[in-house]
Design a protein around this ligand. Structure first.
Ligand code: SF4
Length: 608
């Protein structure tokens, strides 16, 4: 067994054996295992030997680039321990790998700008990677062989850095070359599920789907991520920018598009909030030829990128129209409360079904995959599946789960409950030292509570904002974590957001988490459409669209504080509905609910 650590953790061996059997039998497996079990190590140990013997390629698919390094570390650890030469490539998108400082922060137009640079021999990295004349080709070959010799498992950060040293290479092209020989390719959802990207990606690696073993980490996110990649939207600002872009086009393109864009803009301005019919464009395209318009929009996009090296809003309109007419039944079309015209996919199976049916084996892992049947349904899996749930390896007494019997955020009772919510939050944060996170169902409720509590605590409150850039978010979390060295800080964030799912707060970075209410999403057009669609397709609209995803978000958020064996935290759930068995039974077994009292929290903290 190729396992990098000295000891296998409690429950980890069972997980390894289950995954190993699933892969050897060529099945799809769902494994719900909490933090701390060592899922990444287990999945790689379980699949590596089989993949090496049977010449299969492992694709480790994670939602965040930051998680790629852990996979690289596992492979490097195995190579160190056993003297093996297992090759792993950490593959991220081209814009994230590119070393050109001017293209590096580019948006969707990045790809065309890169191609343009290559075409005019303007990219040294590309030239060094492939070479033009015989001598350059020999040099390029030698550089790549040296790289292969030196690095067996390499993260994208290191690869990018190395490509800036001495001999400048294109990190993206180098990754593709390395991926051909790699045993493990670490990548993202788009490279696997978007058919055109996947086909090119596999073709460049000389790999067939039946030779691929996919390991999906954080698999609870798959349905949403896939749905979003099929969705598109346009708003007033985008159309105004498109009108401006029109004025900068060459005369022929401008003449061909001007009337259409103006008519489209006027049509858009008359839309009202609500569902929009699939046939809403019938009148427009009875007059304008759809294919000709898409063609001209695409040419205009090329022109804008070529001439101005900026994003093309006309190109976005083309993408939107294509998305609109693709998948009549599997998309919801509506104008939301902010006036955005949305074309939202409802069905991830459109993209995931062929992946799961054509691959050799698939492993879906997460701390929250309850109920398994929902994921099987939503991902459109028709082959045999293995479904296993594992318990937490951490001491149960390290987690105190409390719920309030006095509070609810049920819509009709919400207003009268806000003072009670504020009281519990203030009593808790003011009476114990340490960092506490409070997760809300929405920014609206967050702000209502914030305005009542902000001047009643000496602890600094760090507030998540809807429009925060990743850099601002990172800084906010770092500053909040720093407060652990003082009496503590308070983090106000929304459940399901990046602070409640993407960030870990180990050790004393967080001593407690408060979840306000049972954070069901606000009913909106997308939710309404999802409920109807899932009801029609799976006879379980309400649970699939509304209940199960909400519980999954709570479990994810509540799990942020306990990441190691010695971490301790209380989880305070502010809603009496947590006592209802229909919700309670959806939580993992290590959620031992007891009734909230400040005394219980104090006793728990004192025992630290
Ligand atoms: S070829 Fe590579 S280095 Fe050059 S612009 Fe494209 S991605 Fe960047």
């Amino acid at each position: 067994m190729l396992f990098r650590h000295e000891f296998v953790r409690k429950g980890q061996m069972e997980l390894i054996e289950e995954i190993k059997k699933t892969v050897e039998d060529g099945k799809v497996g769902f494994f719900e295992a909490p933090t701390g079990l060592g899922k990444t190590d287990a999945a790689l140990t379980a699949t590596l030997e089989f993949a090496l013997q049977q010449q299969k390629k492992i694709f480790f698919v994670t939602p965040k680039n930051s998680q790629h390094k852990i996979v690289v570390d596992v492979i490097a650890g195995i190579n160190n321990k056993y003297g093996t030469e297992i090759r792993a490539v950490d593959f991220v998108s081209k814009p994230n790998l590119c070393t050109d400082p001017f293209l590096y922060s580019g948006g969707s137009e990045f790809y065309e700008l890169c191609e343009k640079k290559i075409a005019r021999n303007g990219c040294i990295g590309y030239l060094n990677t492939f070479g033009k004349n015989k001598e350059q080709k020999v040099n390029a070959y030698r550089n790549i062989e040296q790289f292969k010799q030196k690095y067996k498992a390499v993260s994208h950060d290191v690869l990018r850095e190395r490509c800036l040293d001495d001999q400048i290479l294109c990190p993206y092209e180098l990754s593709l070359i390395l991926a051909k020989d790699a045993n493990v390719v670490i990548t993202d959802v788009n490279h696997v599920f978007l058919p055109t990207i996947r086909q090119k990606f596999l073709m460049k690696m000389n790999a067939d789907m039946e030779d691929c073993i996919f390991i999906f980490d954080e698999a609870h996110n798959l349905p949403n991520r896939i749905k979003n990649s099929l969705s598109a939207s346009i708003n007033k600002k985008l159309l105004e920018n498109a009108l401006k872009e029109l004025q900068r086009l060459e005369p022929k393109l401008k003449d061909d598009l001007e009337e259409f864009i103006e008519t489209f803009h006027n049509w858009f301005m008359n839309l009202k909030s609500g569902f929009v019919d699939y046939n809403a464009f019938d009148e427009l395209f009875a007059y304008y030829n759809y294919d000709a318009i898409i063609n001209t929009l695409s040419k205009s996009q090329e022109f804008t990128i070529e001439k101005y090296e900026t994003k093309s809003h006309l190109g976005t309109i083309a993408e939107f129209l294509i998305a609109w007419f693709d998948g009549k039944e599997s998309k919801a079309r509506y104008v939301d409360a902010r006036g955005t015209l949305c074309c939202q996919s409802l069905d991830p199976a459109v993209l995931s079904k062929p992946v799961f049916s054509d691959c050799y084996a698939g492993i879906c892992m997460s701390a929250t995959l309850t109920p398994f049947e929902m994921y099987v349904d939503l991902l459109g899996i028709e082959r045999e599946t293995v479904q296993k749930r594992f318990s937490s390896p951490f001491p149960e007494e390290n987690k105190l789960v409390l719920y309030s019997q006095e509070i609810t955020t049920k819509y009709e009772e919400r207003k009268e409950n806000i003072p009670k919510i504020c009281d519990v939050i203030l009593n808790t944060v003011n009476s114990v030292a340490g960092n506490i996170a409070v997760f809300f169902p929405s920014y609206k409720l967050l702000n209502e509570v914030l305005s009542c509590v902000e001047d009643k605590t000496s602890k600094k409150i760090f507030v998540q904002q809807p429009e925060q850039t990743p850099q601002q978010a990172k800084r906010l979390v770092e500053n909040f974590k720093e407060m652990k060295n003082t009496f503590g800080g308070v983090l106000f964030a929304v459940i399901g957001g990046s602070f409640a799912e993407g960030v870990d707060y180990p050790g004393d970075e967080l001593i407690g988490i408060i979840v306000v209410g049972l954070p069901f999403p606000e009913p909106d057009y997308e939710m309404q459409a999802l409920i109807d669609y899932y009801e029609k397709k799976y006879k379980n609209g309400w649970d699939y669209a509304y209940v199960f995803p909400t519980i999954s978000k709570i479990v994810q958020g509540a799990g942020r504080a306990i990441r190691t064996e010695t971490d301790r935290a209380f989880i305070l759930l502010l809603d009496k509905r947590y006592s209802w068995s229909k919700y309670k039974t959806l939580f993992p077994k290590d959620f031992n609910f007891s009734l909230y009292s400040q005394e219980r929290i104090h006793r728990f903290i004192k025992n630290n």
